[in-house]
Ligand binder design. Structure first.
Ligand SMILES: Nc1ncnc2c1ncn2[C@@H]1O[C@H](COP(=O)(O)OP(=O)(O)O)[C@@H](O)[C@H]1O
Ligand SMILES: CC(=O)N[C@@H](CCC(=O)OP(=O)(O)O)C(=O)O
Length: 267
């Protein structure tokens, strides 16, 4: 199946005109897509309105058990349903999901310090395969569940990576920034494992971007293909969705060892 996993985050989710144009481009491209979304901005706004404190450690939001209900409401609720409504308006067939629907993934708590924050591993791809073969557009929020039935907040880049691994599909992470930037704010077109470690050690890559590049490298190694980090603001983006060469402007994260076509087919 020729499926592309696309993750959208940042201010994209606050701009319904941009999201609508994106869904129109998906329809025009006839490319099968699984969309994974974040919504950290929506969570921030809700926490502000509720006068709740908001803290991140190394790019991950501290989520006390008492606050997970608000994160779920914002991400699996408002943001997911808003995206589904815009996709439906663009005459696509959206199905709004979370990470554990159809037993797609299993989450576990990352650390007591982070509270209800999860990391996820792949379990079952049948639901996604069924939806894709019937021409539905899966739109997945980054809410997971652990084996004790607790809801967990998963970073949306990590969520997208687990979906790409599950399907063995190429992955594009779309953000507010053009890609990974160097100390002079110039775009770095390509990054290898060693280069990523050096830039994180030097503090050039940090916060949300360090979570993103580590997740992208993990996905690149698992699927044996480069992963792209690009901006949804880039005017070439919508054309790139239909481009089988995956010529996305932005930063390309290289796998340690690319897989052959045969190895990729076996995924
Ligand atoms: N070297 C870097 N290049 C680009 N962005 C970086 C870098 N280091 C840290 N960042 C920060 O990471 C942010 C992108 O990560 P994040 O906010 O998690 O994106 P998103 O919400 O789209 O997933 C940028 O807006 C920037 O503030
Ligand atoms: C654990 C953790 O940090 N979860 C993220 C989930 C949303 C997200 O990742 O949204 P963006 O992709 O828009 O940044 C959060 O609460 O912000």
């Amino acid at each position: 199946m020729n499926v592309l996993v696309v993750k959208v985050g940042g201010a994209f989710l606050d701009d319904t005109a941009i999201a609508s144009a994106f869904f129109e481009a998906i329809r025009a491209s006839q490319q099968q897509i699984v969309l994974v979304h974040g919504g950290g901005n929506a969570v921030e706004r809700l926490f502000n309105d509720l006068k709740l404190p908001s803290e991140k450690i190394d790019g991950l939001r501290v989520t006390p058990k008492s606050q997970i209900q608000y994160v779920v409401g914002a991400l699996a609720g408002t943001v997911n349903k808003q995206l589904c409504a815009l996709a439906q308006q663009a005459k696509l067939n959206p199905v709004g999901l979370s990470l554990f629907d159809g037993n797609m993934t299993q989450a576990t708590k990352v650390s007591p310090q982070l509270g209800n924050v999860g990391s996820v591993s792949c379990t079952d791809k049948r639901l996604l395969s069924t939806l894709l073969s019937a021409d539905y557009l899966p739109i997945i929020s980054s809410i997971g569940a652990d084996k004790d039935g607790e809801l967990l907040n998963v970073n949306a880049d990590q969520a997208a990576v687990v979906i790409a691994k599950l399907l063995g599909s190429p992955l594009v992470l779309l953000s507010d920034v053009a890609g990974v930037l160097d100390d002079s704010k110039a775009l770095i077109p390509q990054l290898t494992h060693q280069h990523i470690s050096d830039l994180i050690d030097a503090g050039t890559i940090k916060d949300g971007m360090s979570v993103k590049v580590i997740a992208a490298l993990d996905a690149a190694n698992a699927i044996g293909q480069p992963v792209h980090i690009a901006s949804w603001r880039n005017s070439q983006l919508l054309g790139s969705l239909a481009d089988k060469q995956r010529a996305f402007a932005g930063t390309t994260i290289m796998p340690d060892k690319p897989l052959s076509k045969e190895e990729r087919k076996a995924l």
